[in-house]
Design a protein around this ligand. Structure first.
Ligand code: ZN
Length: 238
């Protein structure tokens, strides 16, 4: 992290992240992590909160990759633990790519439970081990996707015994996504959000939401999918 902020990354490390290095890129990444910290604190105070960025789950302790510089989820989980407001956190990562950085960072940490539901054949090719990984075949549609998500979220919430949930609401399982490889519709993703929000509400879990990935051929589709998540959060917060 110190080398990233000081501009001392090698050309190879910068290529792995996928963004050109600049002081502004570092500042943006820090603020995005700070916003997830604040979303967690706001969720603990008011039940639900959304960071309109974050979800950079491919960042590891010693390097970033896949457009992820810092792992905001883990930064935030550790910060609210340090605040003394939570003991255990459950990470519900439904971005279509595995939360490999999050899994690696928390593998030996029993206080952060990591769930990742992702495409089996998608990036990253070498997967890490989450507490619960669910791999989906290419072209998975709404019915299979929702059945897998519902079972996985229920199990994660039950096993984690957490005080706070962080939900990475990636828009990239969408059928029109350039990188997703799945075939989930917008309505299917809205239903996915409902499953997550209902599971957290039933368990009395405060919920912090981050955006994670979205690469639809039509950018307005990605915006629609994120917006339906935010709208669900607004309803849930009432
Ligand atoms: Zn993704």
């Amino acid at each position: 992290m110190a080398r990233a902020t000081a501009g001392l990354l090698t050309a190879d490390e910068i290529r792995r992240i996928g963004f050109p290095w600049s002081a502004r890129m570092v500042e943006r990444s820090r603020r995005s992590s700070g916003a997830t910290v604040e979303a967690c604190r706001a969720a603990l105070a008011g039940g639900v909160a959304v960071n309109l960025a974050g979800g950079t789950h491919h960042a590891f302790r010693d390097h970033g990759e896949g457009y992820s510089v810092f792992n905001d989820t883990v930064v935030a989980a550790r910060q609210v633990q340090a605040d003394g407001t939570v003991r255990r956190v459950v990470v519900i990562d439904l971005d279509v790519h595995q939360g490999n950085g999050t899994a690696a960072l928390c593998r030996l940490d029993d206080t952060v439970y990591t769930l990742s539901v992702h495409g089996a054949k998608n990036y990253p090719l070498r997967k890490e081990q989450s507490d619960l990984d669910v791999e989906l075949p290419d072209r998975t549609g709404d019915a299979e996707y929702l059945a897998a998500v519902e079972a996985a979220v229920a199990r994660a919430v039950r096993e984690a015994r957490a005080d706070l949930a962080v939900y990475l609401a990636g828009a990239d399982p969408f059928e029109g996504d350039r990188l997703g490889r799945l075939a989930v519709t917008k309505a299917g993703l809205a239903e996915r959000d409902r499953v997550v929000f209902d599971a957290c509400r039933a368990a009395g879990l405060p919920l912090a939401v981050t955006m994670a990935g979205g690469y639809a051929r039509e950018v307005t589709d990605t915006v629609d999918i994120h917006w339906q998540t935010v709208r669900r959060a607004i309803e849930y917060g009432r």
